[in-house]
Design a protein around this ligand. Structure first.
Ligand SMILES: Nc1ncnc2c1ncn2[C@@H]1O[C@H](COP(=O)(O)OP(=O)(O)O)[C@@H](O)[C@H]1O
Ligand SMILES: Nc1ccn([C@H]2C[C@H](O)[C@@H](COP(=O)(O)OP(=O)(O)O)O2)c(=O)n1
Ligand SMILES: [Mg+2]
Length: 209
């Protein structure tokens, strides 16, 4: 009789160890939709490590690395940095964390980001959270953010909204088309949004049990 081997078990039939792939959740939404805010709550409640692609790029930009000037000029123009730079930073952060559950925030922001991550890591997301928020509300939040970000000005924000519509929404639509999208109404109070987020993560945990 044939035995069914679960791909997630730690040994293959010949006894060699098989590494279990990490669990990745992509967190998408327009600039200012509340991705970073909600990720901090998810980390507290569900034991994920949180990596914001934008935060990693800003750290790289300030580190004096050879890519620094290029990253700064792209971010200040609201453009998306070439995928290889961002995917390398994400991979390094994941490897150094020692965790196997990751929230990847603000990534993939375009089709090139999505394909590069999949090609380099072989990982597909378990699901994708999408924070849906009207542009006017995102604009208000960005202009009140007060984190000293050079790109949080009205001119760059408008460029970022345009890039979001043209390049990032198609990725959101792709994940919707393959049934992996968890869309959340982000135009509510932080606690209310998190109630919806909790429901999504709780139902995923149930499926795994
Ligand atoms: N639901 C919310 N209602 C009002 N303000 C919010 C909400 N979520 C986040 N904010 C605020 O809006 C700004 C942008 O949130 P942030 O989490 O940085 O968004 P993102 O990472 O998507 O750009 C921050 O100043 C944050 O405190
Ligand atoms: N995958 C990514 C993520 C961010 N970036 C760059 C371009 C974005 O406008 C900036 C800021 O991204 P970040 O996610 O920090 O911004 P928000 O939190 O959505 O306001 O970083 C990128 O080039 N590629
Ligand atoms: Mg953010």
């Amino acid at each position: 009789m044939e035995t069914v081997v679960d791909a997630s078990t730690s040994e293959e039939a010949n006894g060699s160890a098989v590494e279990k792939k990490p669990t990745v959740v992509f967190v998408l939404g327009g600039p200012g939709s509340g991705k970073g805010t909600q990720c901090a709550y998810i980390v507290e409640h569900f034991g994920f490590s949180h990596f914001s692609a934008g935060d990693l790029l800003r750290a790289e930009m300030n580190s004096g690395s050879e890519n620094g000037l290029m990253i700064r000029s792209m971010i200040n123009e609201g453009k998306i940095v070439p995928s290889q730079v961002t995917v390398n930073l994400l991979q390094q952060a994941m490897e150094e964390s020692g965790n196997d559950k990751f929230l990847i925030d603000g990534f993939p922001r375009n089709e090139e980001n999505r394909a590069a991550f999949e090609a380099d890591t072989g990982i597909e997301p378990a699901f994708v959270l999408f924070f849906d928020c009207p542009k006017e509300e995102m604009e208000r939040r960005i202009l009140n953010r007060n984190q000293g970000r050079e790109d949080d000005n009205i001119e760059t924000a408008r460029k970022r909204f345009k890039v979001f519509l043209e390049s990032s929404l198609p990725v959101v639509e792709y994940y919707e088309s393959i049934g992996k999208l968890q869309k959340i109404d982000a135009a509510r109070a932080i606690e209310e949004v998190f109630e919806s987020v909790k429901t999504v993560f709780a139902s995923i945990n149930e499926k795994e049990d």
